[in-house]
Design a protein around this ligand. Structure first.
Ligand code: THU
Length: 160
């Protein structure tokens, strides 16, 4: 029997410690939560992607009475970014969420598994590491790439 320990590296920042570029992106994700359509979960998520050309694309979760037809903020944002700017890598993705009381979460928002998979595809597609900033009022997590969010991941190379 062998044992494998997978370690991930992340940094935790106070909001005030973010540089101006990351603060702008984080603010855009927080603002995007206001454009969420979440009449069922009352959980408002916002995401903001900074593309390689500097453009910021934002998105939010969009729910539906047929629940599975809704989509998370991260996928709304990445699919929109990739469809508007198919030649631009996503440099950084910032994510924020507010609970049913309208308060930003204290702990950093953990993206769902389906969104992690889509983030991975975007990173692989552009062969460019995608940094991730996860907002929490008590600290912001910075991950250097999607491998750190989704260890032992499945991608096209696994099918060869
Ligand atoms: N949601 C997101 O938008 N992103 C996540 O990473 C987690 C969940 C949305 C989906 C649904 O509209 C609501 O939050 C509750 O799950």
């Amino acid at each position: 029997m062998k044992e494998l320990n997978i370690r991930i590296a992340l940094k935790i920042y106070e909001y005030e410690e973010l540089n101006a570029t990351d603060r702008e992106l984080m603010d855009a994700a927080c603002e995007a939560t206001k454009r969420s359509y979440a009449p069922y979960s009352h959980f408002s998520v916002g995401a903001a992607a900074r593309l390689a050309n500097g453009i910021i694309i934002t998105g939010s979760n969009q729910e539906n009475a047929a629940y599975p037809s809704g989509i998370c903020a991260e996928r709304t944002t990445l699919f929109y970014a990739n469809s508007q700017c198919p030649d631009q890598a996503v440099d950084t993705l910032a994510i924020a969420a507010r609970n049913e009381r309208g308060e930003f979460l204290e702990a950093p928002i953990p993206p769902c598994g389906a969104c992690r998979q889509v983030m991975l595809e975007t990173e692989k597609r552009f062969k460019h590491p995608m940094r991730v900033l996860l907002y929490g009022t008590k600290g912001i997590y910075e991950l250097n790439n999607i491998g750190e969010l989704l260890p032992l991941s499945f991608d096209a190379s696994a099918m060869r």
